[in-house]
Design a protein around this ligand. Structure first.
Ligand code: BMA
Length: 365
């Protein structure tokens, strides 16, 4: 009886051990595995705040060391930093948003050394037409870059350039900096060449699977967590229609911008579906992009975002960039903005997590 009990206990402990959550990349670096586990744990405690291109520029300024519009308003840096690599595939020195790639690399290191989380999006050009990400003049693009397609070799060149950049993200002592990589996003809409009406679900999934396999197994990149990121959706089937598989995705997320009165309800519905699916699959959940008319709704931070998302276990919510030259297009807070006081309340709420909350936790250990 006692032996039976001990064996059952052993089987149980092994099962618990085996069930320890791990990224899909079985060779993920130690720091990447730690980030994955810590993000899963942390999402039950609070929602990290993220901002796109927070450090290289903000409303009316560019390249001022240590500056951040978020910090200007609340005194602290965001916990999550979004970066954009569009045009890295062309071998260009700077991104489609005119940020020097060397600067992006440097600031990713700064964010990492502070204990922050880095996520990268990629508005890559259209390899079939030579146009931008937004060139939706052809429905052949995705098919053309898959193996055997006429543009496959060019796509490999794009991936090689992306891989070179990813492999250059190292600390001084040679450690790779973990990155949440979020390519081919907003594909439930049809404004990018990889969007819903521009390719079949099978081709979209094949594009994802090829990309992950190539970066992970051919280029030997093991510091990426892969994020699946839709635009708006209304039910589980809608969300998962183009999901490439649990074995290649680490984070479930969506982008949703405030386009009117229906926003909080839609955000709530999407967050409900997302967090349920993520919990079932044991994946990280996040709102990968949002933004609103903060100029008109000065309580957008607490009313539309915080109170809507408070019930959910989400890793982070990220707002889009504050272009230095287009004040009307700022999605983040900045000093002097009428929503600033509300952003401070958002910052002070225990549910939101900023740099000061996550640095002591060391998410990479
Ligand atoms: C979009 C806009 C563009 C930008 C692109 C990639 O949503 O902000 O101005 O070029 O993202 O960052």
């Amino acid at each position: 009886m006692k032996t039976l009990f001990v064996s059952l206990l052993t089987i149980f402990s092994l099962a618990v051990f085996a069930a320890k959550p791990s990224p899909t990349d079985k060779k993920a670096t130690k720091e990447t595995v730690a980030l994955y586990r810590n993000l899963l744990g942390l999402q039950t405690k609070g929602i990290m705040f993220g901002h796109q291109d927070d450090l290289p520029y903000g409303n009316g300024w560019m390249y001022e060391e240590g500056r951040s519009d978020v910090k200007d308003v609340c005194g602290d840096y965001p916990a999550v930093y979004g970066w954009e690599l569009g045009h890295i595939e062309l071998g260009a020195p700077y991104s489609l948003d005119s940020v020097d790639f060397g600067k992006i690399r440097e600031l990713i290191t700064v964010a990492y050394n502070r204990g922050g989380v880095n996520t990268i999006s990629w508005h890559l050009n259209n390899p079939f037409t030579g146009g931008t990400s937004w060139d939706i003049s052809s429905k052949e693009v995705v098919k053309s870059i898959l193996p055997q397609g006429p543009k496959h070799a060019l796509f490999i060149e794009y991936l090689d350039k992306l891989a070179d950049f990813m492999l250059s993200l190292k600390t001084d002592d040679g450690q790779y900096i973990p990155i949440i990589f979020r390519p081919f996003h907003e594909h439930t809409g049809s404004w990018f060449w990889w969007g819903k009406n521009l390719c079949t679900a099978d081709d979209y999934k094949a594009l994802w699977r090829f990309t992950v396999t190539y970066l992970r197994d051919t280029k030997n990149i093991h510091h990426l967590l892969y994020a699946y990121s839709t635009d708006r959706f209304s039910n589980e089937n809608d969300y998962l229609e183009r999901y490439p598989g649990d074995d290649v995705i680490d984070m479930l997320s969506f982008d949703l911008y405030d386009r009117g009165a229906e926003f909080p309800g839609m955000l709530k519905n999407c967050a409900t579906i997302l967090t349920k699916l993520a919990a079932e699959k044991g994946k990280i959940a996040a709102v990968s992009e949002t933004g609103g008319p903060i100029a008109k709704q000065t309580e957008w931070w607490t009313k539309s975002i915080l109170e809507t998302l408070r019930p959910f276990n989400l890793s982070y919510v990220l707002v889009w960039r504050n272009p230095w030259n287009k004040p009307k297009e700022a999605f983040g807070p900045y000093k002097g903005h009428p929503s600033s006081e509300d952003f401070i309340r958002f910052y002070q709420d225990p549910k939101t997590l900023f740099q000061k909350d996550i640095t002591p936790l060391n998410l990479y250990r």
